[in-house]
Design a protein around this ligand. Structure first.
Ligand SMILES: Cc1ncc(COP(=O)(O)O)c(C=O)c1O
Length: 402
């Protein structure tokens, strides 16, 4: 949010709130992930859950393989990626879902031994390469709300709890414990799998190292990834390797454009009320542990901690704001952001890096319409999705009242 005079014209005129996807960045992210896969010898999967809005562009890229986590995502994958069989990880499958899943996936990870016992032999009969998800109990995520390597996490079987001989139907292992991590954080995970999981790695044909690999971030350590994979392949040359990042495909691809509706100053705290809501539309920025460590970046503004805010001289305080959301939740704000100039009602603010896990977590809380989605091309911004009052009725009213 600089207050935006320097923004591309397309961002200055569209109706807000608007989530704008940069087509060129999505294409560049895809090319980079695919080239890393070729260089180091792994197949990248696209974990669809990270963004549905960005899939419009990515489904046009050839050779992508989707990873799905529900029947809804499976159907979406079939629509967007046509005949490509998906990789699936479903937390728990029920009988009524089985036929549809079996027809749509080529690879499937079971979350538990009980699910493997219930569906494993049918998976094998259907020609599905089934895996069991394991928890190597390595904690490298800095977001404790998203730490799947924690002891007792409901995902995966701790290695020590696996049977010595895996069920016949299991031909793969799946380990997902990263979240927005670099390659150096993958090293201890692979080390633990080599040290404590070798017995099982020699029984399977493939290893899926899950998501959380932030391979499109500027500081991602390519060579470290290459080394980790080389070590793995040296120890188990027979293993086929999959990585299934989500956020990385959409990294730095989305900008959320909002407008300042009002500026209030309760007890002297300048607060810019925007036409969007953290609570309804950007909830990750308010969740427990994320509140402290998930940065919100606003173009042209710098973050000021509450402690520093208290010490600001008058001149700087006059251009420093709490950003207030539009919902009635008291917690719906982020503090503090300092701008080059004092803000005015009507100014546009741009929040950066909103391409992943934003459009997929919107809610209609308080009846506030989620941001529209645009695709930004070299020349224009194309409206791809609009959230209408009709949709609000669909999501709220009983069927007979719509
Ligand atoms: C099983 C699995 N694979 C892949 C991903 C994608 O992770 P990320 O978006 O952090 O790369 C997730 C995220 O929750 C996941 O649970």
């Amino acid at each position: 949010m600089s207050a935006l005079k320097s923004f591309p014209p397309a961002l200055q005129t569209l109706a807000t709130p608007a989530l704008v996807y940069d087509e060129a960045r999505l294409q560049a992210n895809a090319a980079r992930i695919q080239s890393l896969g070729k260089r180091y010898g792994f197949t990248p999967l696209l974990a669809m859950k990270a963004s549905y809005a960005g899939l419009g562009v990515l489904s046009e890229v050839s050779g992508l393989m989707p990873e799905v986590g529900s029947i809804g995502e499976l159907r979406l994958a079939q629509k967007l990626f046509l005949d490509v069989p998906a990789h699936g990880f479903f937390v728990a499958i029920v009988e009524e879902e089985w036929e549809e899943i079996a027809q749509g996936v080529g690879h499937l990870s079971f979350n538990s031994l009980s699910q493997a016992a219930q569906f494993g032999s049918r998976a094998a009969e259907a020609g599905i390469a089934a895996a069991i998800r394991v928890n190597p109990l390595v904690q490298v995520s800095s977001h404790s709300d998203y730490d799947a390597g924690a002891k007792g996490c409901r995902f995966g079987v701790p290695l020590a709890e696996l049977p010595q001989t895996l069920p016949d139907c299991i031909v793969g292992l799946h380990a997902h414990v990263l979240c927005e991590n670099g390659a150096a954080d993958l090293a201890p995970v692979v080390e633990a799998l080599l040290k404590e999981g070798g017995h099982w790695l020699s029984q399977v044909q493939y290893l899926n190292l899950g998501g959380g690999h932030l391979m499109t971030a500027e500081d991602y350590e390519d060579e470290c990834l290459g080394q980790v994979i080389a070590d793995l392949k040296q120890a188990y040359p027979h293993l086929e390797l999959f990585l299934e990042p989500g956020a990385a495909w959409f990294w730095e691809s989305g900008q959320l454009v909002v407008t300042v509706r009002d500026i209030v100053r309760p007890s002297g705290i300048a607060t810019a009320i925007i036409d969007c809501s953290f609570r309804s539309h950007l909830n990750d920025f308010l969740i427990g542990s994320l509140l402290a460590d998930l940065p919100l970046t606003i173009t042209g503004a710098s973050y000021v901690s509450p402690a520093d805010y208290a010490q600001l001289p008058d001149e700087a305080r006059a251009r420093t704001y709490r950003i207030g959301g539009l919902s009635c939740a008291t917690c719906d704000s982020k503090e503090y952001y300092q701008f080059a100039q004092p803000l005015q009602v009507g100014d546009r603010l741009v929040m950066e890096n909103m391409g992943h896990y934003v459009d997929v977590t919107y809610s209609w809380f308080n009846g506030l319409p989620p941001p529209s989605v645009y695709r930004l091309t070299e020349t224009t911004a194309i409206l791809e999705r609009e959230h209408t009052y009709q949709e609000f009725l669909q999501t709220t009213l009983p069927m007979q009242g719509r």
